[in-house]
Design a protein around this ligand. Structure first.
Ligand code: ARG
Length: 460
């Protein structure tokens, strides 16, 4: 098996270091399944158009099946001399079935073969990731419904802004993931185009039937230009862009979960099974899972930049540079799957400390805007109302009391228009319920949004 399939024109063996330096088998062997699937379709097509006999096709398919079993049983010996997954499998096939195996590569090149393999691989992974993303979204929807009435402070600049409902806050994350899902499916459309038939770069002289192969492999269509087909890695970049955006969202979410589990916030509890302890501080329960997801964002963003940079200087058509597409892509896939698995399991198990979030919403004058709106409804221009409430807040800060804890007489110092009915609007429940329109934080709106989100998941 150690003979190079391309050795004909060479007069000395490859330098031992160069052999290792140029080999990709250590990481591209994970494409074995898709490589074999692609080869079976190729052989089937070659027989259909008369380039192979039916018996040759059958030998090739049976032989590839045996090679696959050997790989899956762990008995297959991968050879660095044979460089990559493609030549390893082809050589193993020829070992088994003899010279018929050497006919498999008719009308094909590793250039269109590898491009096909990665697309088949990524398409499968996209489907797995789409399902995991859906599971996480379903978890968020359930949590939002459970906490539709739970009051918490909403923040801008991480300072108390206005009260919101916890469910509403969770649905903000849901919306981001919904856009990520859309990006993923959109990327899939461009992944699902078949390069096979482009051969090395110019196409092939055999009477191939590309539409037939595309159909066998479940591709939407065969690609339209052979040069582009073997050199295009846009689809991998797009996937990494999706991945970078998704983990960036999860990273922001993680930042909140880390803050919220701290003793100072104490908004939520994560079950022990998602946390770890400290070897020195006995009291510690660390939110490792969100921290690690936040940390993994660095590597995924890095993979996006790696692929963009990989492509930027490449002339047409295939260049060996492209071999560098795999490790970033594989790691982006693995990392996204890991993060989604962790989040999908953790989110439904998150416990909200409702008393604490409510108390926190009472701090920081979160209903000040409600008081201003109250004055406006009594006829005061908004800018004047803003000024009046600002003064009342200043008083409250000095007195260390919330607006709702001031007496009517104290409030009246700032405006005569304030009446007994002000205390209804200064409550947290009154504040959130008043924001009762599409996209607002009122519990009724959270329930409506939960309904829409569920319908959207069901329609997938
Ligand atoms: N291992 C190569 C890659 O990953 C396969 C294609 C190699 N083609 C070539 N002409 N050297 O890109």
């Amino acid at each position: 098996r150690a003979e190079k399939p391309w050795g004909g024109r060479f007069t000395e063996p490859t330098d031992a270091f160069v052999e290792r330096f140029t080999a990709s088998v250590s990481f591209d062997k994970r494409l074995y399944h898709h490589d074999i699937t692609g080869s079976i379709a190729h052989a089937t097509m070659l027989a259909k158009v008369g380039v192979l006999t039916d018996s040759e096709r059958d030998q090739i398919i049976a032989g590839l099946g045996e090679v696959k079993e050997e790989i899956e049983s762990g008995r297959f010996e991968w050879s660095v001399t044979l460089e990559d997954v493609h030549m390893n499998i082809e050589a193993a096939l020829t070992d088994r079935i003899g010279s018929t195996g050497k006919k498999l590569h008719t009308g094909r090149s590793r250039n269109d073969q590898v491009a096909t393999d990665i697309r088949l691989y990524l398409r499968d992974e996209i489907d797995v990731i789409a399902a995991e993303l859906t599971r996480l979204q379903a978890g968020l929807i359930a949590l939002a419904e459970r906490e539709a009435d739970t009051i918490m402070p909403g923040f801008t600049h991480l300072q108390t802004a206005q009260p919101v409902t916890f469910g509403h806050h969770m649905l903000a994350w849901y919306e981001m993931l919904e856009r990520d899902y859309g990006r993923l499916l959109d990327c899939r459309k461009r992944v699902n185009v078949m390069p096979l038939g482009a051969a090395a770069l110019a196409g092939t002289t055999y009477p191939i039937d590309r539409a037939f192969t595309a159909e066998l492999l479940g591709f939407d269509r065969a690609s339209g230009n052979s040069l582009d087909s073997v050199s295009d890695r846009d689809f991998a970049i797009e996937f990494c862009a999706f991945a970078a955006m998704l983990v960036t969202h999860l990273s922001r979410f993680s930042e909140e979960l880390v803050l919220w589990t701290s003793a100072q916030f104490n908004f939520i509890d994560l079950p022990d099974r998602f946390c770890t302890g400290s070897s020195i501080m006995p009291q510690k329960k660390n939110p490792d899972v969100p921290e690690l997801v936040r940390g993994k964002t660095g590597r995924v963003n890095g993979h996006l930049i790696a692929l963009l940079t990989l492509m930027k200087g490449q002339p047409l058509a295939y260049n060996k540079d492209n071999q560098e597409d795999k490790e970033p892509l594989f790691d982006a896939v693995d990392t996204v799957k890991g993060c989604l698995k962790a989040y999908g399991d953790m989110i439904p198990a998150l416990q909200v400390n409702r008393e604490e979030t409510r108390l926190a919403a009472r701090r920081g004058f979160s209903t000040a805007t409600d008081l201003a709106d109250y004055l406006v409804k009594k006829g005061m221009p908004f800018r004047d109302a803003h000024e009046v409430v600002g003064k009342a807040v200043g008083f409250g800060v000095r007195e260390k009391r919330d607006l709702a804890d001031l007496t009517l007489a104290e409030l009246k110092q700032f405006s005569d228009t304030i009446g007994e009915d002000v205390f209804d609007i200064l409550t947290l429940e009154g504040s959130v319920s008043a924001r009762d329109h599409l996209g607002g934080t009122a519990p009724a709106q959270v329930r409506a949004a939960v309904g829409r989100a569920r319908a959207s998941l069901e329609a997938r």
